[in-house]
Design a protein around this ligand. Structure first.
Ligand code: NAD
Length: 541
């Protein structure tokens, strides 16, 4: 029972630590990396607060160091999926009935734990398991996730406070009930923060969750579950199951009480899940909410008035940080011929200076791509480009998987603006440039919207304000996150709510009130204070 209208602490973005030489955070992170890499941990599933083991083991190796096992995890299947649903449904009534300020408190506590005692562990786990350098881990696993927890707490309070007006003699109220059932969170490999948030956002609003992470993110997921437990999240609110997506999905998607899907991953998988839900629609007690953020083919478009070095820097950071494995990473560039020689020179110089290797050597800017499937796919596209007379390899082009899945940052220049790597999401450090004649600016701009099915992020560069306004208007539907004179990556919670449309997702903007709205089903209550006692209206007289 709440006995006050509580104000949640004002959310501010977590300050990114520098990890500069000599800083205490660098020393702590290095120690934690050493400690984690000196052991092989056993990772159970967690269902209803209990560790669940199956003995069906799979090994975890860092993508950059394939000879060094760091963990083994227990794989589940249909039985564990069912167990997780049962645990979620069992925990549901008490969790939903918990006063909202206590739910919020748990996640605010999680934010404090992550800002303090868990920061080094979750960052180190992300560096080891997902091959991120210290800075990339810090902005994702620590800062973005802390921001998700703090901002969502404030958004939840804002949402609860939105109430209808009342006419005389009546009190209208709105109750933001959790959904009628459980939520299924299916999460990608590339952002620890997104994975935790896909579970935490529905849970914050009173839902219970079955979580199936990507096989490639289980190592950091394990530490997230420990953090949730320490924050005081009751048993059964978030239940984690590892294993084959389709096998687990078969049980979950045919359950009558599936109330929502919170997904981030590829477009093809999301479309197939949507179809499954559609096919099973008669089996559900309600219409499951479907929220999915999916693939991208993110662009940088330079106008001839753009600053060449700013364009080159945006490409270097926007395309190659975290090996291009951000849904927002720039992967196609449209550059006017008048700027290209300068942009090209800066880009080639930048790429030459980028060191590649394991993230525990802090001088490495580039680390490994996530797994062998991704490596082989990227190597295939690079080899195809190398053999194509209409494509020039401007920089990079090397790949080697003897020690880890290393792909050199690669820039291709394609004569055909619809060359395969201009259209297809590769999800790696491979960027394609199309150089257009300055006088064909309008034709080139047209290409942005009709080259791929996606509309996630995009950036325009220019100094001419008329041109900027024109481009922003023309590209209105080309991206859900649109940047002017900035790289298309690095969205900050509360500042640039994130999500794309078209084939890139349902655009429900993670880390916003709009997203939380998807995890509640409002009940409108009208209470008449003195009800009428005669059915006859005055006009009848
Ligand atoms: P993926 O689609 O391969 O996998 C995502 C998740 O779906 C994993 O947990 C996987 O095991 C699961 N899965 C796959 N098939 C399934 C099935 N049939 N039933 C149930 N679960 C199933 O994606 P990924 O490689 O982990 O992540 C990269 C993709 O995610 C890229 O396309 C990227 O653009 C996208 N992404 C988008 C955003 C965004 O906000 N738009 C953010 C991060 C990543």
């Amino acid at each position: 029972m709440s006995t006050g209208f509580f104000k949640v602490p004002v959310a501010t973005n977590e300050v990114v630590k520098s990890y500069a030489p000599g800083s205490p955070e660098r020393a702590e992170l290095q120690d934690t990396l050493k400690q984690l890499q000196s052991q092989v941990i056993d990772i159970p599933m967690v269902i209803g607060g209990k560790n669940v083991t199956t003995g069906q083991m799979a090994n975890i190796y860092p993508p950059h160091n394939l000879g060094h096992m760091v963990a083994k995890y227990h794989r589940g299947g249909a039985a564990q999926a069912q167990q997780a649903i049962d645990a979620a449904m069992q925990a549901k009534p008490t969790w939903a009935a918990m006063p909202w300020e206590h739910r919020v408190s748990i996640f605010l506590r999680a934010a404090e734990l992550l800002a303090g005692p868990y920061r080094a562990t979750i960052n180190a786990a992300t560096m080891i398991g997902q091959s991120k350098n210290a800075f990339q881990a810090e902005i994702d696993a620590a800062c973005e996730l802390i921001d998700f927890f703090r901002f969502n707490a404030a958004f939840a309070a804002e949402l609860y406070s939105e109430q209808p007006i009342s006419s005389p003699g009546v009190w209208n109220r709105m109750e933001y009930r959790p959904l009628d059932g459980f939520v299924f969170a299916i999460t990608p490999f590339n952002f620890t923060s997104i994975c935790a948030n896909l579970c935490a956002a529905p849970a914050l609003m009173g839902n219970t969750v079955v979580w199936k992470p990507s096989d490639d993110q289980i190592y950091s997921a394990h530490f997230l579950m420990a953090m949730f437990r320490e924050a005081g999240l009751p048993d059964g609110v978030i239940n984690i199951v590892y294993g084959d997506g389709p096998e687990i999905g078969k049980v979950v998607f045919s359950h009558p009480q599936l109330a929502g899907l919170h997904f981030t991953g590829s477009t093809a998988v999301f479309k197939s899940l949507w179809k499954t839900i559609g096919q099973n629609i008669d089996q559900y007690i309600s219409y499951p909410r479907i929220v999915g953020e999916t693939g991208g083919k993110d662009f940088i478009f330079a106008h001839p008035s753009a600053h060449a070095k700013a364009v080159a820097t945006a490409i270097s950071r926007g395309a190659f940080e975290y090996q291009g494995q951000k849904c927002s990473a720039a992967s196609r560039v449209y550059c006017p011929v008048s700027l290209w020689p300068t942009v090209r020179q800066h880009l080639v110089d930048d790429l030459k200076s980028m060191k590649m290797g394991a993230p525990d050597d802090f001088s490495n800017f580039i680390n490994a791509v996530i797994n062998e499937r991704s490596f082989d796919k990227l190597a295939g596209f690079i080899a195809q480009a190398q053999a194509d007379p209409n494509v020039e390899v401007v920089a990079g082009g090397g790949f080697d998987k003897t020690k880890g899945y290393f792909i050199e940052p690669t820039v291709l220049m394609a004569k055909d603006p619809k060359y395969v790597t201009m259209c297809t999401e590769l999800f790696g450090p491979v960027l394609t440039v199309y150089v257009y004649e300055d006088e064909k600016f309008d034709e080139a701009l047209e290409l942005v919207g009709n080259t791929s099915d996606y509309a996630l992020t995009g950036a325009i560069f220019g100094a001419d304000r008329h041109a900027l306004a024109y481009m922003a208007n023309k590209l209105q539907y080309a991206a859900g996150n649109f940047y002017i004179n900035d790289k298309p990556t690095g969205a900050v919670v509360g500042q640039q709510p994130f999500g794309g449309s078209r084939a890139s997702g349902t655009n429900d903007k993670a880390g916003s009130k709009a997203n939380l709205m998807r995890w509640v089903s409002a009940r409108t209550i009208k209470e008449t204070l003195v009800p009428p006692t005669d059915y006859r209206y005055p006009f009848l007289g």
